[in-house]
Design a protein around this ligand. Sequence first.
Ligand SMILES: Nc1ncnc2c1ncn2[C@@H]1O[C@H](COP(=O)(O)OP(=O)(O)OP(=O)(O)O)[C@@H](O)[C@H]1O
Ligand SMILES: [Mg+2]
Length: 561
Amino acid sequence: MITIKSIFKEIYKHKRILIVANVVAIISTLIILPVPLLIPMLIDEIILGKSGQITELIDKFITVESAGYYILIVLIVTIVAKAVSLLLNLLHIRLYTKVSKEVIYVIRKRLLNHLQIVSMKEYDMLGSGSVSAKLITDIETVDKFVSSAVGAIVVEFLTLVGISIVILTLNWQLALIILLLNPLALSFYMHIFKIVAKIKKRENQAIEQFQNFLTESLELYNQIRVQNREKFFFQEIDKRAKEIRDRGYNFSLKSEMALEISRMLITYSHDIFRAVGIFMVLIGALSIGKMLAIFGYAWIIMRPVDKLMNFVHLYLNAKSSVERLNEILALDVEPKYPPKVNPFKDSVTASIELKNVSFSYDGESEVLSNINLFIDAGEKVAIVGETGSGKSTLAQILIGLYPISKGEMFYNGHEVREIGYEIIRENVGFVLQAPLMFNNTLRFNLTLGKKYQDKEIYEALKVAQLDTFVKSLSKGLDTIVGKNGTKLSGGQRQRLSIARVLLDNPKVIIFDESTSSLDTETETKLLDALDEYIKDKTVITIAHRASSIARANRVIDLNKL
Ligand SMILES: Nc1ncnc2c1ncn2[C@@H]1O[C@H](COP(=O)(O)OP(=O)(O)OP(=O)(O)O)[C@@H](O)[C@H]1O
Ligand SMILES: [Mg+2]
């Protein structure tokens, strides 16, 4: 689970850089801290003619002929000090930004790593839009907090302490006014912002719902158009967009209100403080120069106070975003079995055995009950059964997409839990009943990122009876197939998904209704070409059509098992 504490632990790993960054920032602050004192002090020393530290200090180094030079020197010192401080500050920003982006990357990576191993059951329920909303919107919220946490907080706090000390030494009575009133405004702000953070969470939820619905509608846009339902779907999307508008308005309004009211409380404290300052000059308890210097500090103290307020705001928002990110980590993962044996190694193919296998998707009604089945190595079996009887389910459990609830499965006599699903999926090819395509090139859809020579790809395409088609395309393998392969015919998509599996040269192959869209002539050609390819492999063909199962050594009726 991600917590604010775990984020800080992650930040702490970069303590070296952060120490350097903070030392740089502290030096920058120390340089800038006395600057507001300089010019106002000159009023006392030059205009009001009191002896003072600044003119004395300058006299030690050079002989100044007229008072105007003191002003010039102080001005130059002020300008240089501010420039040096800025340069150091930029270095500070560079260092802490690197750390904060790294920390955010680690969090994002952790979530992605988890998604990679989430079980299929969870994927069935998962909205891709809502996951991406979390990985973008909520991560961004956390990012702002982390940047603030590693960048500003230590320095701003120290600045606050530094300024407080300076003001206290200048005049402690006045200092107390400002030092007591500011925290009061801050605590008011914290209180209000706890409420506002809840509104932020609601805004992020609205973004998630919008994104989820939008992504799904765009993915299924063909279906929506076919059924003439675009009006309804866009109305639904619009409803969610309005929700973001309303919740976003609510959040922005309330957070700005809280911020502005707190700022006003702080400026009130300044007004009181200024009035008291002038009064103290009036009764002779304070010099005009010092008063102006304190006014200057009272102004600069706003910055750290503002930053601290902002930090509180970001902290509370980040807390609710972290909760939403944890919803990803709470998704169940696929059971992982460390591989102990590899039954496919050194063998051309494998036998398959199921002993008393039962399976249920929802944990209640069983789709497969007590299945016992033995398929010998190299055997070609066809599995038939009425629609919905569980043929595709059987294929999916064979490659471990869903864990079985009862029983045992063996490849070459080794139980799947000894083998591990990674090895099984590497060696058992599965041509899905409803294959999916990326809106990318034919090459990418065939290789899914693995490296294959064009020659190998064309060999697989040849068996799948798709080589002539691909060759006829002006861009060949680099042709983009469109969203979900819409630029291909149903039969071309099926053949592409067959070629995709053949390319990996699996030792066992499961075809799930893989030739159902082909005309009988093409199907015959494909099966002929396939015969040679699958000669030594164990093959399971799931099909309804007689022509697809005619070549099997054995036909298994799932209903009769
Ligand atoms: N991912 C899933 N989650 C929950 N239930 C599912 C899931 N996939 C399939 N089912 C259910 O399991 C049962 C078997 O489905 P399956 O797809 O295995 O049938 P099939 O024999 O392949 O049918 P067809 O011949 O129509 O392809 C069906 O009742 C279906 O509703
Ligand atoms: Mg099926």
